[in-house]
Design a protein around this ligand. Sequence first.
Ligand SMILES: Cc1ncc(COP(=O)(O)O)c(C=O)c1O
Length: 388
Amino acid sequence: MHGPFDLEALRAEFPAAQRMLYLDTAHQAPLATSIRAALHRFYDEGHASAGPKPVWLQRVEAVRARLAAFIGAAPEEIAFTKNTSEGLNIAANAIPFVSGDNVLMVHGDHPNNAYAFLNLRRKGVETRFVPLTAGTADIGTFAPHVDARTRAISISHVTFHAGHRFDVEALGRFCRDRGLLLVVDAMQSVGVLPIDVKRMGAAFVAAGCHKGLLVPQGMGFLYVDAALQGLEPAYLAAASLAEPPADFIARPDRMELRHGAGRFEIGNFNLPDLHALSAALDLIERVGVGNIERHVLALGDRLIAALDRLGIRLVGPRDRAQRAHIYVLDLPGEGWLNYLTASDVRVSPERDGIRISFGLFNTAADVDRLVEILARRIAMPERALAAG
Ligand SMILES: Cc1ncc(COP(=O)(O)O)c(C=O)c1O
């Protein structure tokens, strides 16, 4: 055992990370054995008896409570969604914007965050894209763009395209002082960095569960601050109501909404993923999310030092406070991606180069192996490089 958790035992849970050099958690986490077992248990129940649905639903509430505690929320502040984008769309449509209002975003942030708000153009709401200041986004980035009609700021906690980590807590204080709502896209940070939604002062936090939260695609969550009263959901189903009709006949006269985030839920849940999430939280909490953060930052330190030696530019932030697990290397063109793929390295192409992203199962040896592979191509004669 090295460091605060048993990395070797943990890594054994992720066979994909042993078969290849897996540096792509920002795209998708490989499935852990214990999480696959939770899925199998669920499928076995369905296979054997079409499931004890009341038990499944009790488990949904148990996972809701655990996830809420994991991010510092109350259970009634969590709605389960399909993914981050659905959560952001719910938030965009729940904020009581009126024509002439505006919302601020960082230029180049995730397109689905932007589209959720751009879709409000038909209601006369303007989405303003502000440029980064000195490579980051902070209060100074937004302050000059806030006016009397600004209602909200929507921002990623960690950006997918260069790994900036924004100080959302400072931004939350700024929003509170100005009477703005803060919407946080935590897709890249949840399960990697400790999250405390109350310290963030966020009105909404949306994320999917298939990256840091380690479950297969198809499930997300939305935190909705309980202090926000009277939010109207754009979609409605019996599940959104305080008193769903017991006889399953719609009652136009009894449409009081459920208290809390539950009003944004509209039907059956992704039950397989909810079972997977329970096992994922077991795994993550066994390691400790603070340890995961320290671990990926240490891997980042090692990577940055090696990039400096190799003369490869890091596209995103170098400062520890401004980064997390995502590192984009200024290695443009398809040649590098093809070379890394042929070398059994799983990474993602990004707009400014090659994106490396660490998960809790990655090791210092993974970084060293990557560096060795990069160095080998740098040392190749021009002719070999041209050949691919
Ligand atoms: C920061 C960020 N936001 C949103 C998304 C979209 O996520 P989803 O597919 O859960 O809607 C991603 C996906 O990569 C992301 O990195």
